[in-house]
Write a protein that binds this ligand. Structure first.
Ligand code: NOJ
Length: 569
């Protein structure tokens, strides 16, 4: 296996709107991030993934870009950005940008031109079609509810938008679109950014003629997936992007690829395919879906989680690279979703256990802001307190047209809404959680009094310090980065355990995913004195061969270590 800096790195994801407000307008900004760079450095993460900071009318909080080469005024200026990049580099950290090029904003000059007339030179930058008898050109539904088409009065034709109607899809089959995107990417890379996280990059190639998609029973729209995810030219375009742009720089790239299979991922991120370094797969993020897709309050099953994670760990072995994440700006908080936030003790233990389980796997770990504090889901009582376009549109569609009872829908929202991840970062227990001097753009989770960075940085037993130690040991032991993975105790209903192997070294990771104690028998090869306990979320005790795991207990053992290093927590 080839070694790479991006395989050994730990990424910290920042959602700038909710990270730190430096100028008292209730919205996070670039100067706020600069103020907190040492916080991230102390944690040990060395790459920052910055969610979009470009000019945008903010229909989808910056994922609708109206100028790729300018900064959203609320976030600051290009010189603030340059200062941030410089300061991060000075501190030995890198910054990767969010690249959102499946679509632009409808306020982007390309679209403003494109919609003007049927023969405008920019017309073919987007998908324009005639309607069918007053209906949209095909039956596709958008990711944010409703049809994926909007009729534009100027020419009477419809344009495609897989997300909101203010996010028209770019036509990647047009070579001028591709070269314009590559020029823009080159401009950022020449400025010194260290790579890209590529938004829904698997959606960029659509099947010609855009056929109707299958309709699930009871659903109003067809699924665009079969005709626009992993489409006919996606790999060709990414190889072209790699040749023309990416391969000229020492950078990191990660593609967001919903619905990707292991075989497809090997193409996107295969070590020899010349596309990207890694992809985000979302199979484990679908384990609690229900009859209304993600809108459910189902609890995941441990057996499914083990199956899916193991499939990816072994499926990409020696040929591609995993990205490891439990949450991001589109997902609920992991401690509420896969852990247990019902009491302070279970909250702390389960947050640490989940971190252990993920960070000991093969791949590059991503920490989403506040995850390192064990930030939890929020339950706003009123729909008016939610800001996310996906959540608000889904409420409208499910409650008003599909008959879901409003109270049930609120439960779904509390469980899965993207706003769970978007409440402001909890810095301290002062007014507005130290995030802002004024009321922020979205409510703060009331538990900031107990869960906040200042408190956790002062407590050596905190979740924050536990993450810090996980990152430290990853830097110290190659086996954590490069070792191969094997699931053990596959059928155990409470325990998720696996081993990692690198040459003659072996690592054992044992996690109790339940609030009940769990009996655990050591695998034969670990019944030896020649092992050390690397990290554990209860006190590190005498190492016996069989034991009883406490609620949400996690332990990691290393066999044959020449390099002894003990971390207790
Ligand atoms: C995926 C992003 O992560 C999400 O936040 C956004 O709404 C969609 N892509 C559309 O850009």
């Amino acid at each position: 296996m080839t070694k790479s800096w991006w395989k050994e790195a730990v990424v910290y994801q920042i959602y700038p709107r909710s990270f730190m407000d430096s100028n008292g307008d209730g919205i996070g900004d670039l100067q706020g991030i600069i103020q907190k760079l040492d916080y991230i450095k102390d944690l040990g993460a060395n790459i920052i993934w910055l969610c979009p900071v470009y000019k945008s009318p903010n229909d989808d909080n910056g994922y609708d870009i109206s100028d790729y080469q300018d900064i959203l005024t609320e976030f600051g200026t290009m010189s603030d950005f340059d200062e941030l990049l410089y300061a991060a580099h000075e501190k030995g950290m890198r910054i990767i940008m969010d690249l959102v090029v499946n679509h632009t904003s409808d306020e982007h000059p390309w679209f403003v031109e494109s919609r003007k007339s049927k023969d405008n030179p920019y017309r073919d930058y987007y998908f324009w079609k005639e309607g069918k008898d007053e209906s949209p050109p095909n039956n596709w539904g958008s990711c944010f509810s409703g049809s994926a088409w909007k009729k534009d009065e100027q020419t009477g034709m419809y344009y495609l938008h897989l997300f909101s109607s203010k996010q028209p899809d770019l036509n990647w089959d047009n070579p001028t679109v591709r070269s314009s995107v590559y020029d823009m990417m080159t401009w950022w890379l020449d400025k010194g950014v260290d790579g890209f996280r590529m938004d829904v990059i698997s959606f960029i190639s659509k099947t010609p003629n855009l056929p109707d998609g299958p309709i699930k029973s009871g659903k109003p729209y067809g699924d665009f997936g079969p005709y626009s995810i992993n489409g006919p030219h996606v790999h060709e375009y990414l190889r072209e992007m790699n040749q023309k742009v990416l391969s000229h720089y020492d950078i990191m790239t990660v593609g967001e690829t919903p619905d990707v299979t292991v075989d497809e991922a090997k193409k996107y991120a295969g070590s020899k395919t010349g596309e990207l370094n890694m992809v985000f797969q979302f199979e484990h993020m679908r384990l609690d879906s229900g009859e209304h897709g993600k809108w459910s309050n189902n609890r995941f099953k441990l057996s499914d989680l083990k199956r899916v994670m193991s499939k990816w760990q072994t499926g990409l072995k020696d040929c591609a690279w995993n990205s490891l994440f439990w949450n991001n700006h589109d997902q609920p908080r992991v401690v509420s979703r896969f852990g247990n936030d019902s009491t302070p003790l279970l909250w702390e233990k389960s947050a640490k256990m989940l971190a252990t389980c993920l960070h000991m796997m093969q791949g590059t770990p991503y920490i989403y802001q506040g995850e390192e504090l064990g930030m939890t889901n929020v339950s706003f009582d009123r729909l008016e307190d939610y800001r996310d376009i996906e959540t608000l549109n889904a409420y409208d569609e499910l409650v008003h047209t599909q008959g879901v009872d409003p109270e049930t829908m609120m439960q779904y929202i509390h469980h899965i809404s993207r706003d769970n991840a978007r409440t402001p970062m909890q810095w301290d227990d002062n007014c507005n959680a130290g995030f802002s001097s004024v009321t922020p753009w979205i409510g703060i989770n009331p538990n900031y009094i107990r869960i906040n960075a200042e408190q956790e940085r002062g407590d050596p037993q905190s979740i924050y310090h536990y993450y810090q130690k996980l990152i430290q040991i990853r830097k110290q032991y190659d086996i954590i980065v490069y070792g191969s993975y094997q699931l053990i105790y596959e059928d155990d209903p409470q325990i998720y355990a696996y081993t990692r192997t690198l040459e003659n070294q072996k690592l054992l990771v044992i996690c109790n995913f339940s609030e009940a104690p769990a009996e655990c028998v050591f695998p034969q090869e670990f019944r030896t004195d020649n092992k050390i306990e690397l990290i554990a979320n209860y006190e590190i005790g005498s190492i016996e061969n069989d034991f009883r795991l406490k609620p949400y207990e996690a332990k990691v053992y290393l066999l044959n270590s020449a390099n002894k290093f003990n971390v207790s927590q």
